[in-house]
Write a protein that binds this ligand. Structure first.
Ligand code: PMP
Length: 461
């Protein structure tokens, strides 16, 4: 595409280095420039509206024009646009938000460590796991176990815990001491003929074996998303986390639960930890915490770790971690208002009402010749595109089938996301209404038809 010299597109191509973008391709095709938003929709610079079926980056939970959040930000900007919480300083938004989060959080979590992004929250979780073991006299417990297909962010520790090679290749990652165990995706990773119960038992056994091989006294923490997001959107089989947690407890390995996507209703409960019976030592949240109106993340910390930190003051002095914008007052005020809106509008009740439409609708796509699997929970889900359903064989990655479905859906006015391995994800704003879910599903089916027709033309299907 040739953009006029002074268009937003041309200026973008000459100036912006785009995250998670094929840069050479971008130099050819240019950006999709989004100008404004309303409800669950966003508009591009040419005036076209799109239903944002991914809530941006799994995150804009209240859509794109919530006036209450604008007001909350404005009021706080006028009262106190910035202050920090280092060295015992504090401010009302930080205190109120921490209190509110703890009142909603799973049992056993008693303090909140704020930062700006999901990556930072996970890096902080890993540092706290190291620091905790150091403070209780087990400084050799350092290794971090992550899972294949996991996504935990881009900062150096979070990227190391991530289970996708694309995040490591060319960056010299993972760091030493980051170990990997298998994913919780039965559809992708079960052995031929292996049922879910056997798969779960094998995953627990493999974890046990990894711990035995490395030495339990060298392992600090295990990190997992309750429902894997960017790695393909899949829900663990029944009993998976019960089996994993039993192993972790026995070996005194901390459990870091990454709820950056799943936090605040996405899976149908406020935290996915409730739905899956998780007992996190550290729980990271971001994204929907502020409905993505402003950047903020919160790491919820267990009382056990809090006690160790308190006691550590005697030997170590100040807790030497924190970012300038930790609990930034404007971001914290917006997050607090976001949590109030979830309650006022009974977002959990709303999700219970509308999520079956999305889940049933995705599963109804299994009748499509390209769809080999449909999965999800609450308002997050995916379909997996395959060349051969019985063999679960994907198309040649060079065909870019997932990207083609994503592009075809975009043409039909719906933003979805093609993930590696040709899964198409949907993760709409939590406020989405039934007619909008139908629209999303209709565009997805239409896009699958478009790509099916293209594949037939090419002689591939
Ligand atoms: N964890 C999970 C599960 C995520 O999906 C993401 C972002 N997509 C992150 C962590 C990293 O968050 P951020 O991009 O805000 O650093």
């Amino acid at each position: 595409m040739n953009h006029p010299l002074n268009s937003w597109a041309a200026r973008d191509q000459a100036s912006v280095l785009h995250p998670y973008t094929n840069l050479a391709q971008h130099a050819e095709t240019g950006p999709l420039v989004i100008r404004r938003g309303k409800g669950v929709r966003v508009q591009d610079e040419e005036g076209r509206w799109y239903l944002e079926g991914m809530a941006g980056l799994w995150s804009a939970s209240l859509g794109f024009d919530e006036p209450r959040l604008v007001e909350a930000a404005t009021k706080q900007l006028q009262a106190l646009p910035f202050y920090h919480i280092f060295n015992g300083r504090s401010h009302e938004p930080a205190i109120e938000l921490a209190e509110k989060l703890l009142s909603l959080a799973p049992a056993g979590l008693s303090r909140v460590l704020f930062s700006n992004s999901g990556s930072e929250a996970n890096d902080a979780a890993i540092k706290l796991a190291w620091h905790y073991h150091h403070l209780i006299g087990k400084p050799q417990k350092r290794k971090i176990i992550g899972r294949e297909r996991a996504y935990h962010g881009v900062t150096i520790a979070a990227a190391s815990a991530t289970g996708q090679v694309a995040n490591h290749n060319g960056f010299g990652l993972p760091l030493p001491g980051f170990l990997r165990t298998g994913s919780a995706s039965h559809w992708h990773d079960a052995l031929p003929g292996e049922n879910e119960a056997d798969f779960v038992a094998r995953r627990a056994r493999e974890l046990e074996e990894l711990i035995a091989a490395e030495g339990a006294d060298t392992i600090a923490a295990f990190i997992a998303e309750p429902v894997t997001g960017g790695g393909g959107v899949f829900v663990p089989p029944d009993g998976y986390f019960a089996a994993i947690q039993e192993v972790l407890r026995r070996h005194e390995i901390l459990f870091i639960v990454d709820e950056v996507i799943t936090g605040f209703g996405r899976t149908g409960t406020l935290f996915a930890s409730e739905r899956f019976g998780l007992r996190p030592d550290l729980l990271s949240t971001a994204k929907a915490l502020s409905a993505s109106f402003l950047p903020i993340s919160a790491l919820l910390v267990s009382e056990k770790i809090n006690q160790a930190l308190l006691a550590g003051s005697a030997t170590h002095g100040p807790f030497a971690h924190g970012v300038t914008y930790a609990a930034h007052p404007v971001c914290a005020a917006v997050a607090l208002e976001t949590l109030r809106l979830y309650e006022e509008r009974d977002i959990i009740g709303h999700i219970a009402q509308v999520s079956p439409l999305l889940q049933d609708g995705l599963r109804a796509l299994l009748d499509h010749p390209l769809v080999g699997n449909a999965r999800g929970v609450g308002l997050i889900g995916a379909v997996e595109i395959v060349a051969d359903k019985a063999a679960k064989r994907h198309f040649d990655p060079a065909l870019g089938v997932g990207a083609r479905v994503q592009a075809a859906a975009l043409k039909r006015g719906v933003i979805l996301r093609g993930l590696k391995g040709d899964a198409i994800a949907a993760c709409p704003p939590l406020i989405i209404r039934p007619a909008e879910i139908e629209e999303l599903l209709g565009a997805l089916r239409g896009a699958l038809d478009d790509v099916q027709a293209w594949l037939e033309e090419q002689g591939h299907h």
